[in-house]
Write a protein that binds this ligand. Structure first.
Ligand SMILES: Cc1ncc(COP(=O)(O)O)c(C=O)c1O
Length: 412
C-alpha cells in the first residue's frame, strides 16, 4: 500500500462540508465526535452515488440494480475487513451499531451460558456494554462480575486475577472509555481470559474511529463498532467475530435473508455467516457509506493524526488545569488516552455549560454519557465532554477555552 500523505489538519477539515459551510452561517466548533462524527465529502458522494445509481435490495434480485447493490454491499464488507485487519470478510457482520452488535452476542453466544457461569464487565462501560449483560443475567441466571476503575478513570487490571476464574465465560470490556478517554491495555485481559478458557468481547465504539486495527492480532474473539462515530452514516455498525465462534452461534433474529431453507414440516435451516446474523433488509446505503468511510480513513496518516490530536488534547487539559473549579474526570496526562476529555466545573451544571458554549458555536456533550455507574463511582451527576476528530483545529480549542473562562465568570 502507498504511504499516506503527511497529515494536514486544514486539508482534512476542508473535506467536511458541514465544517467549511456550517449550517446557518454560524460558527461551528464541533467537539462532540465521541457521540457522532461528521461525514467527509467522499462518504456523502459514495452514498449519493449508490442511492442514485444502484439502489435496490441485496442478495435476492437478479436484475442489474440488485446485482450492483449486492456487489456494493459486499465490497463495503471487504473494505471494513481491510480496516480491521481481518482476512476472512465473512467474519464481518453488518448490524445497526455497537449496541446491536453487543446485543447479538449477548443473545446468541449468551444462549450457551447458564447458572454457574460468569460474565466480567467493568464499572466504566457504556450502558450498551452493561445492560445487555444484565438482561442475560436475568434471562439465564448468569452472574455478572464487575471490574473496578482506578482514580485515573482506567480499568483496574490488577484486579483481574481476583475476578476471573473457571466460571468466567466472557470478558466484555471497552477499548476506550467514552467518558475518560482512557485506552484499555488489551494484552492482560486476553491473557486472563485464555488462562481460564474464556472469550473476550471488546467494545470498539470509541477506538475504531482513531485508525485501522489488527483485530485477530489482539487475540480477542468479538469486536463491536458503530459507523456513525467512524465518519459514516447512522444506522450501520459491525460485529467482528472469529469464524469458529460465529459459525457455531445460533441466530439472534429470524427473517428473510438469514435462512438456507424454510419448511413448515421439517423446520428451518440457516445461512452461513455472515448472513445468518443479518435478518431482513440490511442498512445497504449505510454500509456502502461505511465502506467509503473506512477506505477514506485508511488512506490517512494516523501517526500524524495521533500527534495532532495529542497536542490538542494537551491544550484542553492544560487549559482546564488553569480554570478555577475545573476537574478532569480521567487521566490528566497524555499517556494511554485518546482525545476524549470529561470535566466538571464547580457550580455549573453540565447541561447549562453545554448550552452556554453552544451559543458560542462550541458543540460539547453534557450528562452521564450513558455510563451512570462511572458517574456514581466518581460521585458526580455527569460531566461536560469535549471529544476530538482529525478535523479539529486550534481555533476549536481556543473557542472552547475562551467559552469556559466566560462561563466560569458568568455562573460563578
Ligand atoms: C463506548 C461506547 N460503547 C457503545 C456505544 C453505543 O453506540 P451506538 O449508540 O452507536 O450503538 C457508545 C456510544 O456513544 C460508546 O461510546
Amino acid at each position: 500500500m502507498r504511504a499516506p500523505k503527511p497529515f494536514d489538519p486544514e486539508s482534512c477539515r476542508s473535506q467536511f462540508p458541514i465544517l467549511t459551510e456550517p449550517p446557518g452561517g454560524l460558527p461551528l466548533h464541533y467537539l462532540d465526535n465521541a457521540a457522532t462524527a461528521q461525514l467527509p465529502a467522499a462518504v456523502l458522494t459514495a452514498v449519493r452515488r449508490h442511492e442514485t445509481m444502484s439502489r435496490a435490495n441485496v442478495a435476492r434480485g437478479v436484475h442489474r440494480l440488485a446485482e450492483a447493490a449486492t456487489a456494493a454491499y459486499e465490497d463495503a464488507r471487504s473494505a471494513v475487513a481491510g480496516y480491521l485487519g481481518v482476512t476472512d470478510a465473512d467474519e464481518i457482520v453488518f448490524t445497526g451499531g455497537t449496541t446491536a452488535s453487543i446485543n447479538l452476542v449477548a443473545y446468541s453466544f449468551g444462549e450457551t451460558l447458564g447458572p454457574g457461569d460468569e460474565v466480567l464487565v467493568s464499572e466504566l462501560e457504556h450502558h450498551s456494554n452493561l445492560v445487555p449483560w444484565q438482561l442475560l443475567a436475568t434471562r439465564r441466571g448468569v452472574a455478572l462480575k464487575v471490574l473496578p476503575v482506578t482514580e485515573e478513570g482506567r480499568l483496574d487490571l490488577d484486579r483481574l486475577p481476583s475476578l476471573v476464574s473457571k466460571r468466567t465465560k466472557l470478558l466484555a470490556l471497552t477499548h476506550c472509555s467514552n467518558v475518560t478517554g482512557a485506552i484499555t491495555d488489551i494484552g492482560p485481559i486476553v491473557a486472563a481470559a485464555k488462562s481460564v478458557g474464556a472469550r473476550v468481547l471488546i467494545d470498539g465504539a470509541q477506538r475504531a474511529p482513531h485508525g485501522p486495527l489488527d483485530l485477530p492480532a489482539l487475540g480477542i474473539d468479538f469486536y463491536a463498532l458503530s459507523g456513525h462515530k467512524l465518519y459514516a452514516p447512522n444506522g450501520v455498525g459491525v460485529l467482528w467475530g472469529r469464524r469458529e465462534l460465529l459459525s457455531k452461534m445460533p441466530p439472534f433474529m429470524g427473517g428473510g435473508g438469514m435462512i438456507a431453507q424454510v419448511d413448515l414440516e421439517t423446520g428451518t435451516s440457516f445461512a452461513d455467516i455472515p448472513r445468518r446474523f443479518e435478518a431482513g433488509t440490511p442498512p445497504i446505503a449505510q454500509a456502502v457509506g461505511l465502506g467509503a468511510a473506512v477506505r477514506w480513513a485508511q488512506a490517512l496518516d494516523w501517526a500524524g493524526i495521533a500527534q495532532h490530536e495529542a497536542r490538542l488534547t494537551g491544550r484542553i487539559l492544560d487549559g482546564l488545569g488553569a480554570i478555577k473549579g475545573a476537574r478532569v474526570i480521567g487521566p490528566t496526562g497524555l499517556q494511554g488516552r485518546l482525545g476524549v476529555v470529561s470535566f466538571t466545573l464547580d457550580g455549573v451544571h453540565p447541561h447549562d455549560l453545554c448550552q452556554w458554549l453552544d451559543r458560542k458555536g462550541v458543540a460539547l456533550r453534557g450528562g452521564h454519557h450513558c455510563a451512570q455507574p462511572l458517574a456514581k463511582r466518581f460521585g458526580i451527576a455527569g460531566t461536560s465532554r469535549a471529544s476530538l476528530a482529525p478535523y479539529n483545529n486550534d481555533a476549536d480549542i481556543d473557542a472552547l477555552l475562551a467559552g469556559l473562562e466566560d462561563a466560569r465568570k458568568r455562573f460563578a
